[in-house]
Design a protein around this ligand. Structure first.
Ligand code: SF4
Ligand code: SF4
Length: 492
């Protein structure tokens, strides 16, 4: 099959919606689009093998949530009721003040001369908006600027966690946590929260601006002392820090008691950028997977990753068992992929997915979903049979590290019998290291088909829900919202 897929994008110059096509050439897939005024743009999207694999998962996604044409996508997000996915993670920017001055960040208050800091009552309404959705969003991330700059931040966290029951993440550079054990303690008490720690490398050259590798030991120490959890979030730019992928994973693995995961973000470009510079710095998810495979000597191979929508059958099972509606992790497969690392019998990292046949897993869950839907009786027996089949047919259970074999069988049973039980899922996270990647879109590679399925949504002070890559993608949403809700700022 030759790849030739029609979609829509925008012109990176005039930002008007234009048709686009995904096509293959020399083992790679590119996006091509022609603006009647500004000409042709070609952008590398993926390698062909990875793309073809993802098409399979795209069909799975369409089976659960069929695609539809949204004529004015992505310019009508504020009024749109056609978006395909619910909010899984709501993002609320609580300030644009920051304790760092990174050269690439134009948003911070000192540089922009504007202070964006909605008052606490507005933020509580934004949080309420998230949980009042149907289905309610399960998670919120407070972002900025640097959220810990706000004097009332702990009260905001307390409200989200204790009054609204949200799984809460804090996007941070970690400086406040490293500099004050007392603050770390208060934050942990207000939570629990996960620190979503932007962290671009372990060396001076690769972590040039933030330099939080110099304080990472202190961040970990204070997290350990207080019970905070951490996800490391490296932005990967070709030619800058792609040599850090495996070293960061190894570092996270060595600190698995506090580091819950690593979420790699291949760079997305801001504003206009020359073709040469884009080609030099563009890094895709397939680049990440191949580079990691090389750096790790094949420990984590490309086939060990799985795209986010592969969990959709499990979510359907949850809905069948409980009768509750659940949020669907229905991102487009080109947006994100993940795997989990466990310890082998010598204590070395090994991907759990090396022991699981994901396609068989999906097939079995779908088969039992169908049976349970058709006839709801003897549900317990069917779930037991499903667990047994998953272990026998989709898992190389006897190859799993000894120390994990029994735990895995128990975890799987817990998840199948009680898929809404967060305790089972959090036990799973404590035994494993999550490795994920999400490739945020920019004006050059924006694909409305991906955007329509986005599950990460900004919640604005006037209670609008805008998908992440539309809000941050130079389409004017962020500028408009921040201008409307900010005031002049005088740096002291
Ligand atoms: S991105 Fe989603 S919300 Fe925005 S216009 Fe497209 S479908 Fe609607
Ligand atoms: S944030 Fe961007 S990359 Fe992530 S799911 Fe949404 S559209 Fe896709």
């Amino acid at each position: 099959m030759t790849i030739r897929i029609k979609t829509k994008s925008v012109c990176p110059i005039c930002k008007k919606q234009i048709p686009a096509e995904l096509f293959e050439k020399d083992g790679r897939v590119y996006m091509k689009k022609i603006c009647p005024t500004h000409g042709e743009f070609i952008e590398r999207i993926s390698d062909l093998e990875n793309f073809k694999r993802n098409l399979k998962y795209l069909q799975l996604l369409y089976k659960y949530i069929p695609t539809i044409d949204v004529p004015q996508c992505p310019f009508k997000c504020e009024q749109c009721n056609l978006h395909r996915s619910p909010t899984v993670l709501g993002i609320i920017d609580v300030t644009n003040r920051c304790n760092l001055r990174c050269s690439y960040c134009f948003a911070n208050a000192a540089v922009s001369g504007r202070l964006y800091e909605p008052d606490i009552d507005t933020i509580k309404k934004q949080i309420d908006y998230l949980v009042n959705q149907n289905p309610p969003a399960p998670a919120v991330m407070f972002s900025g600027g640097e959220p810990t700059m706000r004097g009332d931040f702990l009260e905001i966290v307390r409200y989200a966690v204790h009054e609204k029951g949200l799984y809460t993440l804090v996007a941070t550079n970690g400086y406040k946590i490293a500099s004050s054990l007392e603050y770390a303690k208060k934050l942990a008490e207000a939570g629990p929260v996960v620190l979503y720690l932007s962290f671009d490398g372990l060396t001076d050259e690769t972590n040039r601006e933030k330099k939080n590798h110099l304080i990472i030991d202190k961040i970990l120490e204070n997290a350990r002392k207080t019970g905070l959890s951490i996800v490391l979030v490296p932005t990967i730019i070709k030619g800058v820090n792609e040599n850090q992928i495996w070293p960061i994973i190894k570092f996270a693995f060595e600190n698995m008691d506090v580091v819950r995961g690593v979420n790699f973000q291949p760079v997305s470009f801001c504003g206009r950028m020359s073709k040469e510079k884009r080609e030099k710095q563009r890094f895709t998810i397939s680049d990440l997977k191949h580079t990691l495979s090389q750096q790790s000597d094949g420990v984590i191979k490309p086939q060990h990753w799985f795209p986010v929508p592969s969990v959709l059958p499990l979510i359907e099972l949850y809905e069948e068992i409980t009768g509750n509606r659940a949020v669907t992790f229905s991102t487009h497969p080109l947006c994100g992929e993940a795997t989990y690392l466990i310890k082998d019998d010598k204590g070395n990292p090994v991907p759990l997915t090396a022991f699981i046949d994901i396609d068989k897993f999906i097939e079995l869950i779908e088969k039992y979903n169908k049976e349970i839907k058709k006839d709801n009786s003897f549900k317990e027996m069917k779930l037991l049979a499903l667990t047994k089949d998953l272990l026998q047919q989709a898992t190389k259970i006897h190859d799993l590290p000894l120390n994990f074999r029994y735990k895995f069988a128990k975890l799987l049973k817990n998840i199948i019998f009680n898929p809404g039980n967060l305790k089972a899922l959090s036990d799973f996270h404590f035994e494993t290291l999550f490795i994920g990647t999400m490739h945020f879109q920019d004006l050059y590679n924006l694909d409305v088909e991906r955007l329509k399925y986005c599950v990460i949504h900004y919640i604005t002070p006037d209670l609008k829900r805008i998908p992440f890559c539309a809000y941050n993608g130079d389409l004017g949403y962020r500028e408009k919202i921040e201008k409307h809700h900010s005031e002049p700022f005088y740096d002291k």
